[in-house]
Ligand binder design. Structure first.
Ligand code: C6P
Length: 423
């Protein structure tokens, strides 16, 4: 397999919100009510810019073929584009080698790949896996399944009332018996940015491996896997401008090489006889069957787009919008905001409650104003239990959101309050 594809440097562009918004035609969408879309559900999935859509179309229009198989020109071109996308993703997260990038469907599949390919092989009864109370279900359920199947011990770093992790408890929860610490870098339900450096330092002091759920961090914060000193990083393309159905597991090369395959089939083998099979090198070993070539290529275009903006600029934009939104929402009668009070420890996610109104009703009334937010448990039911609420309303921001849109949310919430009888 081609492992090193040379890539041109990405040209850095100034952060120009009007220009960015022009790249997202969906942001001009108007509904039958006459309301204009205000898209504040970016933690669920982002919108896609014309550059990504064009790359996807170009792939299917001009280069479509199956990869790693054919000698014909289209197959060679498609293979090259797929491997270039892998190299772009590697560079984006500071990986040492493109072979460390395994294409999956999404974060969920990436975490399950670690549970099946690494943990099932190396963990034995009594070994500890430490996660946290603020995890998304996709970083809880695979470990509960493994606990029930293999007798490992599953422990949780508790959440404090302000939505941060109890770091004193983290130090004692991670012990000499801990083999894996699997934590999110940013809570999707509360926006809390987790101090990974402290967790990684403690995990490494006891010889544990570290998996980071980067579903909410890779799209929004600068991420460098080597600087973090972790072993695995899982994330999804659809939250970072790319199509649905393409995700990434990054792993340190020797760790990936030590793992068993997850799915068996074509493309992941070296040899197959009637008696037995041997495995291809990584990452092919983990990419059984025909991969999602077109969406991987489009993920490469998404990475180019974010790289041109610069992830420091993306973070700064979201920090400013979040700071403004925290202040603006605090002035809306009846609104209480869950989680950390300032935008420095928080990504672009704000979960809130409007006194006396069910989150679902908030979402429905805001929808009539064109304002799209998410309501529910956000696939983080332990967080809801800790907050003692069944659900929250959640606004989440991305590169194209403006303070005007935050104002639309705030005035929409004032109207929701009036609609449900608040003064
Ligand atoms: N959170 C949200 O609205 P998938 O579905 O595999 O692409 O991503 C799962 C996932 C894992 N970890 C975190 C921290 C996440 O936020 C998510 C997805 C979406 O919050 C959909 S539930």
């Amino acid at each position: 397999m081609t492992s090193l594809v040379s890539l041109p440097a990405v040209e850095r562009l100034p952060y120009d919100i009007a220009r960015i918004r022009r790249d997202f035609p969906i942001l001009k969408r108007e509904f039958d009510s006459g309301a204009r879309l205000v898209y504040l559900d970016n933690a669920a999935t982002s919108q896609r810019p014309v550059q990504v859509l064009a790359e996807l179309t170009r792939f299917y229009r001009d280069h479509n073929a199956n990869i790693h198989r054919g000698v014909h020109t289209l197959s060679v071109e498609a293979t090259d584009l797929y491997e270039k996308a892998r190299a772009k993703v590697a560079r984006f997260i500071g990986a040492a080698d493109p072979r460390e990038i395994v294409f999956t469907r999404n974060t969920t599949e990436s975490i399950n790949l670690v549970a099946h390919g690494w943990a099932r092989k190396f963990l034995k009864p009594g070994d500890e896996v430490v996660i946290s109370e603020i995890e998304h279900h996709s970083n809880i359920v695979p470990w509960q399944m493994l606990r029930d199947e293999r007798g490992i011990t599953l422990k949780y770093i508790p959440m404090l009332p302000d939505g941060t992790l109890d770091m004193e408890a983290a130090l004692t929860t991670i012990t000499e018996r801990t083999r894996l610490v699997a934590v999110t870098a940013m809570s999707n339900a509360l926006g809390t940015i987790v101090p990974l450096d402290l967790i990684v330092a403690r995990a490494k002091a006891v010889g544990a491996f570290v998996l980071v759920d980067g579903a909410q961090s890779v799209p929004h914060l600068p991420v460098d896997v080597q600087a973090l000193g972790i072993d695995f990083l899982a994330f999804s393309g659809h939250k970072m401008l790319a199509p649905f159905g393409i995700g990434v597991l990054w792993g340190r090369l020797p760790v990936l090489e030590s793992m068993d395959p997850f799915l068996g089939g074509g493309d992941m083998i070296l040899t197959v006889s009637m008696a037995r099979s041997t495995w291809a090198e990584v990452p092919a070993k983990f990419e059984a069957g025909t991969p999602n070539v077109g969406d991987a290529v489009a993920l490469g275009a998404a990475v180019d787009y974010l790289s041109a903006l610069g992830m420091d600029a993306v973070r700064e934009h979201e920090r400013e919008i979040t700071d403004y939104a925290l202040r603006r929402l605090a002035d809306v009668p009846g609104v209480s905001i869950f989680g950390v009070p300032d935008a420095d420890q928080r990504g672009g996610v704000i979960s809130f409650d409007l006194e006396g109104v069910h989150p679902h009703d908030i979402g429905q009334v805001l929808d009539t104003k064109g304002v799209a937010i998410r309501t529910g448990h956000h696939c983080a039911q332990p967080v809801m239990l800790a907050l003692n609420v069944p659900a929250t309303a959640r606004a989440s921001f991305y590169i194209y959101n403006t303070t005007d849109e935050v104002d639309a949310l705030a005035s929409g919430l004032e109207e929701v309050g009036r609609f449900f009888g608040r003064k």
